[in-house]
Design a protein around this ligand. Structure first.
Ligand code: ADP
Length: 183
């Protein structure tokens, strides 16, 4: 049982890592981060470089976008990592990996990943936060699909991301096919 002495456990579990592809970051992600900051002192956004074989945005582009979006939020650290999340976490003081859940369809994959990560590192716990009612239908994947077809994604992703998506999809179709975006 924890002792009640004030401040005694101040530094325990105050850093959370939020890992993901963030290809691109959406207001669904940002909502989770803002709510996590009510619980944790610091959130490290850890952009996975190898989560997808062919992301739309390079790791560097994703890193720059997320850094710009959180440039005025000192308790958010933006970083990228390659390889296993548990190896990256080991380099930090974080004990919690943060993930968002949108629907029951997310659950099975997340449950397996959380169990696997816990088996690789028994000190790492995964904390799930439920999506908010405004963003339950928002995923990076659908944002890319809609933007590619010319639909508006304003209000679902920050303005910077809207602009970057427009730039990407302005490329001629032949060029897009060449680099595999239209597959
Ligand atoms: P990954 O490729 O690791 O799933 P994503 O960038 O797609 O990375 O997502 C990172 C985390 O954010 C995941 O746990 C995902 O379920 C969660 N997430 C994505 N979109 C939303 C949303 N609209 N609301 C809540 N959580 C979300």
């Amino acid at each position: 049982m924890a002792k009640e002495k004030k401040g005694e456990y101040r530094d325990v579990g105050k850093i959370a890592i939020y890992p993901g592809s963030f290809d691109p970051i959406t207001y669904g992600h940002i909502d989770i981060i803002e709510r996590a900051l009510e619980i944790f002192d610091k959130v490290i956004i850890a952009i996975a470089e190898n989560a997808e074989k062919r992301p739309l945005f390079s790791a560097e582009e994703r890193l720059q976008m997320v850094k710009t979006i959180f440039k005025d939020t000192p308790n958010v650290i933006v970083d990228s990592f390659k390889g296993l999340l548990v190896d990256y976490v080991a380099k930090t003081n974080a004990k919690v990996s943060l993930r968002g859940l949108r629907a029951t369809s997310d659950f099975e994959y997340e449950f397996h990943m959380a169990s696997m990560n816990r088996s690789l590192n028994t000190h790492l716990d995964t904390l799930f936060m439920m999506t908010s009612k405004d963003y339950f239908f928002v995923s990076s994947r659908t944002i890319k699909e809609v933007a590619r077809l010319g639909g508006g994604v304003e209000g679902l992703v920050p303005d910077l991301v809207v602009r970057r998506l427009k730039e990407k999809f302005k490329l001629p179709v032949a060029k897009r096919k060449q680099i595999g975006w239209d597959d």
